[in-house]
Design a protein around this ligand. Structure first.
Ligand SMILES: [Mn+2]
Length: 312
């Protein structure tokens, strides 16, 4: 039998872990794994360090089971979509199954199921279920589809091919609530997010013959609009649709003064390569990094532009 399944079968209390500040892929793949554990009559918990989760994910099955405290009796953890051990949000004492699709994943688990060619972690899990004859029920299908829809930029990213549409067909046949996923993942936005997006595009600068779009978002910008951290992403992603733009850079000041950096690329430049120079990581088309408190947004911008210049 598969070693991963053996590991789950021999555990007494399994905890599914979604990464800090989770996206729909981490929540969706965790939800599908949690359902699988319940099917196996396992004692299961679901942990995520972030307390204030977006209500947009509340349609994902078992969302109300997520807790921000890690159960002491757990003897096995399963992380979903955590590209780096830091994203687990805690130091683990029990064994870990690491399921992910980030190319930068360093196989930090006791068992690792990492496929950097997969479009989402939820698809890594889908392939695992299929390979092991696990029946995908409607709850699992909705959760897997939610992750796939988000990480594929609503099925529009360059790595979407016929295989992905075949998976989508199979998930819908299995009962995936695709319209609900579209409504909450693609077609919903808060007024605060729209106001932030307007501000971001007003303040955006274009560098190197408009090949690089740069957004600097200060603490005050976040406060005055009331937007959430993830609300910065849409403007960043859409700026790559502008003519000439190859790379988009976002520098967002956190409340503690550190800076969260995000990069998007249309494929010519390797975003993960740039992020890795600041100990970050990710994929060729999307990557992230962070800069400790003490560096101003304008200094960070200058530093990043010099790194990007070498790649363009
Ligand atoms: Mn993902």
């Amino acid at each position: 039998m598969n070693t991963l399944i053996e590991k789950i079968d021999s555990a007494k209390h399994v905890v599914v872990i979604s990464h800090v500040n989770p996206d729909a892929d981490s929540i969706g793949s965790s939800s599908a794994m949690y359902t699988y554990l319940l099917q196996k009559h396992k004692k299961a918990s679901w942990y995520c360090k972030t307390k204030d989760l977006s209500n947009n994910f509340s349609f994902i099955p078992w969302f109300d089971k997520i807790k921000d405290s890690f159960p002491v009796s757990a003897d096995l953890a399963i992380s979903l979509d955590c590209g780096d051990a830091k994203r687990l949000g805690l130091e683990l004492e029990c064994d870990l199954i690491n399921i992910d699709h980030h190319a930068s994943n360093k196989n930090y688990g006791t068992i690792n199921l990492v496929d950097s060619n997969a479009i989402s972690t939820s698809v890594v899990l889908y392939d695992f279920f299929k390979a092991n004859d696990v029946k995908i029920n409607a709850k699992m299908a909705t959760a897997i589809y939610a992750g796939l829809l988000d990480d594929s930029n609503a099925l529009m990213s360059d790595d979407v091919d016929g295989t992905i549409f075949a998976i989508v067909r199979d998930l819908i046949d299995s009962g995936a609530e695709h319209k609900v996923c579209s409504k909450y993942i693609v077609k919903s936005m808060s007024l605060a997010a729209l106001r932030l997006k307007g501000k971001m595009f007003t303040d955006m600068s274009l560098e190197y013959d408009a090949q690089v779009s740069v957004f600097c978002v200060s603490k005050d910008d976040m406060k005055s609009t009331g937007a959430r951290g993830e609300d910065c992403e849409e403007a960043l992603e859409e700026s790559v649709y502008l003519p000439h733009v190859e790379v988009a850079l976002l520098l967002k000041e956190n409340s503690n003064g550190s800076i969260k950096g995000s990069l998007r690329s249309n494929g010519k430049v390797d975003a993960a390569k740039i992020a890795s120079q600041l100990n970050g990581g990710g994929h060729k088309s999307r990557a992230g990094f962070s800069i400790d408190a003490g560096v101003s947004l304008s200094d960070a911008k200058e530093k990043l532009l010099s790194l990007i210049k070498k790649e363009i």
